[in-house]
Design a protein around this ligand. Structure first.
Ligand code: 13P
Length: 249
C-alpha cells in the first residue's frame, strides 16, 4: 500500500467571519443532506465561535465533523475574549485551525504562538490544523521554502509524536480569496517540501491540505498530486453544492 492510499482525503470548510443563524441553518442542512453521497473523504467545517453549538447540534450523526478557526494557547484563566481548547472539546469539536495567515497578518501571531496553540489543541484532544504559507512578495523574491521552514520550525521541535497528531495546510497568502490558485505543480512542490521536513523527524502519517481559491473546477487537479491530501476551503465552503463538489473531487 503506498502512502497515498494510506492518507484519507480531508476537505475542511473555513467559514471565516461569515453567516448568521438563519443562513447557517440552511447551509448545514444542505451539507448534511449531501454528505452521504460524497464517498470516501473526511469532511469538516470550521465555524465562527458563536455558531459552533449550532454546527454541533445540526451535524451530529451526519459524518461531517466541526471545529473552530482559532484557539487560545492557555488552558483557562483571566484571558478576556479567548476561547480555550477544552471549551471547544466541550462542543465536541474535532478540529481547530491555528496560524491562519489572516491571524498571523492581522493579529501578529508568531510562529511560536502558533505552535503553543497547536499544543493547547492537542492537550484537549483536538486536532490542530496548522496553516503555513508565504506572501506574494516572499514568493516573488524566491523565499517560499525559507518562510515555510521558519514557520514549521517550532512545530518540528515538538517531535514526531505530537506532529503526527496534527494536520497541516499550505495556504499561499497570494492565493487566498484572490481567485488565483497555485497551480497543482506549484502546490505539490511546497507540499513535498513540507512533507520532507515532517518526515525528517519521523512524522510520516500527516495529512497536508492545500488552501487558496480552491473551487469545484480546480479541486480534482490539485488532489491528483501525490502530496496533496485535501483542501482547506474558504469562499467556496459557503455554498453547500460547491463545497460538496470539491469533496467529491
Ligand atoms: P479561499 O478559498 O476563499 O481562497 O480561502 C482560503 C482560505 O483562507 C481557507 O482557510
Amino acid at each position: 500500500m503506498d502512502t497515498l492510499q494510506r492518507r484519507k482525503r480531508l476537505v475542511i470548510g473555513n467559514w471565516k467571519m461569515h453567516g448568521n443563524q438563519a443562513s447557517n441553518a440552511t447551509l448545514l442542512e444542505e451539507l448534511r443532506a449531501g454528505a452521504a453521497s460524497v464517498g470516501a473523504c473526511d469532511i469538516a467545517i470550521c465555524a465562527p465561535f458563536p455558531y459552533i453549538g449550532q454546527a454541533s447540534a445540526s451535524l451530529q450523526g451526519s459524518g461531517i465533523t466541526w471545529g473552530a478557526q482559532d484557539v487560545s494557547p492557555h488552558a483557562q484563566g483571566a484571558y478576556t475574549g479567548e476561547v480555550s481548547a477544552s471549551m471547544l472539546a466541550d462542543f465536541a469539536c474535532t478540529w481547530s485551525l491555528v496560524g491562519h495567515s489572516e491571524r498571523r497578518a492581522m493579529h501578529g501571531e508568531t510562529d511560536k504562538l502558533v505552535a503553543d496553540k497547536a499544543v493547547a489543541a492537542l492537550s484537549a484532544g483536538l486536532t490542530p490544523v496548522v496553516c503555513v504559507g508565504e506572501t506574494q512578495s516572499e514568493q516573488e523574491s524566491g523565499h517560499t521554502s525559507d518562510v515555510i521552514a521558519r514557520q514549521l520550525a517550532p512545530l518540528i521541535a515538538l517531535g514526531a509524536q505530537q506532529v503526527n497528531r496534527m494536520v497541516f495546510a499550505y495556504e499561499p497568502v497570494w492565493a487566498i480569496g484572490t481567485g488565483l490558485s497555485a497551480t497543482p505543480e506549484q502546490a505539490q512542490e511546497v507540499h513535498a517540501f513540507v512533507r520532507k521536513r515532517l518526515e525528517s523527524i519521523g512524522a510520516s502519517q500527516v495529512r497536508i491540505l492545500y488552501g487558496g481559491s480552491v473551487k469545484p473546477d480546480n479541486a480534482a487537479n490539485l488532489f491528483a498530486m501525490p502530496d496533496i491530501d485535501g483542501a482547506l476551503v474558504g469562499g467556496a465552503s459557503l455554498k453547500a453544492q460547491d463545497f460538496l463538489r470539491i469533496a467529491a473531487a
